[in-house]
Design a protein around this ligand. Structure first.
Ligand code: ADP
Length: 391
């Protein structure tokens, strides 16, 4: 069965076509700078090994981006052969698992536009375009909250008036479900069990997840994607009373929300960039704010990982994934040094080695197995979509 997975960003579209249940990738493509005449399109045919890349493409919207892909895909599969399209959807009111994207589910995503504007907006728009262009395919949303449904109430609820939870659903939702569940599945495949694990997804968005026996039991993301450790542009945890205080000081709500979501995190503190590599370079060149941003980032990861290790009653695995987790030996080294109390001991040569597949980077003597597991969120989405459509 042919199953397409599409990852939608505000200005990007990614595609991966799978043959299921073999999990064989047939082709993949990416459109960057959607919404411009300067779009970059790249295509890989995994069957023939052929690939091409074109810059300066006129891609005013998602429709044109999807069309670019469908044209190339015709060499691999007919559009009406695609049984389903799976999306790594983020959040819908009342729908937290894996769901067919009916009008009702799309309405529920619209209801939470205010909680996840940067994610639900693009997905709603793109899903509409997929509906028009691929009418025969079933559209499946693998909600990022799905994996976290197993978090017990004493960790999921906030200390707010209880009716806020009952009437408005205010509670910890958790995100990055496709990534953390893939980590749990990979550990189980490699070692027979995922044990007590802290999974650190560190990229443009960052979250930690406590996993016990394959299930999420806590996570650093909260009701929105705004909380937890600091992100590339988003603040991470923040005292809610900063908001009324800044309103009182004369900032508008729009200005505050813009600061929280776009001008905070690594960018906000460093004043240099939202890309950790550039922040690290600036820190090495003497920027005190860049150094502070990296120090804060590492400290927040250590703090959450330590809290989760306590909740788990010990730690068997510490996993790094995502663009930063997979590529920054420095962050891994500093986080492991901060967690030495739990018995993390890195093999410095293995930690420094360049990116490859899933690998152990701790010494044989380490009481905690430390690993790098490259993120494969698309495969998580493909598996869950396949299960839902009855494959
Ligand atoms: P997203 O969460 O947007 O999908 P990724 O998971 O691809 O992003 O992570 C992207 C981030 O990874 C970049 O912004 C950059 O900060 C970081 N990154 C990539 N390579 C390195 C590296 N060698 N050292 C430090 N950070 C890196």
């Amino acid at each position: 069965m042919k199953l397409l997975v599409s990852n939608v960003g505000s200005t990007s579209l990614k595609f991966k076509l799978y043959d299921m249940p073999e999990e064989r990738v047939l082709c993949a493509a990416k459109v960057e700078r959607v919404g411009s005449r300067e779009a970059i399109y790249s295509w890989d045919n995994l069957l023939t090994g052929g690939s091409h890349r074109a810059e300066g493409q006129d891609v005013p919207g998602y429709t044109e981006g999807i069309r670019l892909f469908l044209e190339d895909m015709s060499a691999v599969a007919r559009v009406d052969e695609i049984a389903a399209v799976g999306f790594k959807t983020v959040l819908a009111r009342g729908f937290y698992g894996v769901h067919e994207l009916t009008d009702e589910v799309l309405e529920a995503m619209r209801a939470y536009l205010v909680v996840a504007p940067a994610h639900n907006g693009p997905y709603l728009e793109a899903i509409g375009r997929f509906r028009e262009l691929m009418p025969a395919a079933r559209l499946v949303g693998v909600f990022e909250t799905a994996f976290h449904r197993t978090i017990p109430p004493e960790r999921a609820l906030y200390g707010v008036p209880y009716e806020w939870y009952e009437d408005y659903g205010v509670k910890r939702m958790g995100y990055h479900g496709a990534s953390h569940s893939y980590v749990a599945e990979t550990l189980a495949a490699l070692f027979g069990s995922s044990g007590r694990t802290v999974s650190c997804h560190l990229g443009g968005s960052c979250s930690l997840c406590a996993i016990d026996g394959g299930k999420s039991v806590d996570t650093s993301f909260g009701f929105s994607l705004q909380t937890g450790v600091m992100h590339a542009n988003r603040t991470g945890d923040l005292d809610p009373y900063v908001l009324p205080y800044l309103l009182h000081m004369g900032l508008s709500l729009e200005e505050i929300l813009d600061g929280l979501a776009k001008r905070g995190g690594l960018l906000g503190v460093s004043g240099v960039s939202n890309d950790l590599r550039k922040v690290q370079e600036a820190a090495a060149a003497g920027s005190a704010r860049a150094k502070l941003a990296v120090d804060m980032f590492v400290n927040q990861i250590v703090k959450y990982a330590g809290a989760f290790a306590a909740e788990l009653g010990g730690l068997d695995n510490l996993v790094f994934t995502g663009g930063i987790g997979e590529n920054s030996a420095e962050v891994r080294e500093r986080v492991c040094a901060g967690l030495a109390v739990f018995g993390t001991e890195l093999d410095s040569a293995a930690n420094a080695a360049g990116p490859s597949g899933a690998r152990v980077i701790s010494t044989d003597a380490s009481r905690v197995r430390v690993l790098v597991i490259p993120a494969n969120e698309e495969l998580g989405v493909a598996r869950r979509s396949y299960e839902l459509i009855g494959g």
